[in-house]
Design a protein around this ligand. Structure first.
Ligand SMILES: NC(=O)c1ccc[n+]([C@@H]2O[C@H](COP(=O)([O-])OP(=O)(O)OC[C@H]3O[C@@H](n4cnc5c(N)ncnc54)[C@H](O)[C@@H]3O)[C@@H](O)[C@H]2O)c1
Length: 284
């Protein structure tokens, strides 16, 4: 999903997820400014410089990650964005440690992997909040210890579980971030706790409104996260290695597979909350 050039300030300091080349992934042109998709004489952008709804695509070497040939592409595809972003939100950005209490808001395609990351990192309590019962059930199968439909229920439970100390991390992976979920996350963490905002929000809206006094006096942290702080070259390969070792569930993330001519049904199912992950499979 994120190209990494290896040379910019961010790549050169181990923050490949922030590669300067990421600035144009939505325009979808190659690093030299030229396009590889055309229609009726017009240039067309390739989503994330990849354009994976086409059977074939020319991609930049900066977008290529070599993976073990034995791994089916349908499985490897999951690790292009959702799995590292979710997993890294817990492991790298939230810095979940053994014995922590971790709260995850939104357990869809990304959040299910945040659950896996928190469990692998040793969290004692992995508390999830999602209004969708199918997503909650899946999170419990992925290792969550408690699941709630509403943030307030989670707050009461976490207060009790931690004897009033609050959670160590609150990780936000809801479909559309709003003020209410940020406020709930900020309130559920205790002293020194961290809120990570990975879900995206309407860029026109201000969505982070918290008490500055509590932020200071309780030394709370609120941070954003792109690609879960992962390095595409290193972490994609690492996560596939964990899958091969049986420590990371990937196939279980796929609720439904679609052919290219079923892509609109795939979007509808996504909107209807039916899928953890829908995968488009090209027939050759
Ligand atoms: N930061 C990044 O690098 C990055 C990368 C990819 C995607 N994203 C963003 O991450 C978010 C999640 O993506 P996804 O693919 O997992 O989406 P998804 O639709 O699969 O899952 C979102 C989940 O949030 C739940 N939800 C909605 N409102 C909620 C609320 N108020 N409280 C609790 N749960 C709630 C939904 O029921 C759903 O299960 C999106 O905003 C997406 O754009 C961020």
């Amino acid at each position: 999903m994120i190209p990494n050039c290896g040379h910019c300030r961010y790549c050169a300091t181990g923050r490949q997820n922030l590669c300067d080349m990421g600035a144009t992934i939505l325009d979808g042109h190659m690093p030299d400014g030229t396009f590889r998709f055309h229609h009726g004489g017009e240039d067309l952008g390739a989503m994330c410089m990849l354009g994976t709804f086409s059977q074939y695509s020319t991609i930049s070497q900066n977008s290529a990650v070599k993976v073990d040939e034995s791994i089916p592409l349908e499985t490897a595809a999951l690790v292009g964005c959702g799995v590292p972003t979710g997993w890294g939100t817990a492991v790298y950005e939230g810095n979940v440690r053994v014995g922590d209490t971790t709260v995850i808001y939104g357990v869809g395609g990304l959040g299910a992997n945040t659950v896996q990351g928190a469990v692998l990192a040793g969290a004692k309590h992995v508390v999830v909040v999602d209004p969708n019962p199918f997503k909650r059930d899946t999170a419990l199968k992925f290792g969550a210890t408690h699941a709630f439909a509403a943030a307030e229920e989670a707050r009461k439970a976490v207060t009790e579980l931690t004897r009033g100390q609050g959670a160590d991390q609150a990780l936000i992976l809801v479909g559309t971030v709003d003020e209410a979920v940020v406020q709930a996350a900020f309130d559920i963490i205790g002293k020194g706790g961290t809120v990570v905002v990975t879900g995206l929000a309407n860029p026109e809206k201000l969505t982070v409104h918290v008490s500055g006094a509590v932020l200071t006096l309780w030394e709370k942290t609120i941070k954003g996260s792109l690609f879960g702080g992962c390095n595409p070259q290193y972490d994609i390969v690492k996560l596939l290695g964990l899958y091969q070792a049986g420590q990371l569930k990937l196939d279980e993330l796929i609720t439904q597979k679609y052919r290219l001519d079923e892509v609109n049904q795939g979007y509808q199912d996504l909107v209807d909350g039916k899928n953890i992950r829908g995968v488009l499979v090209h027939e050759h």
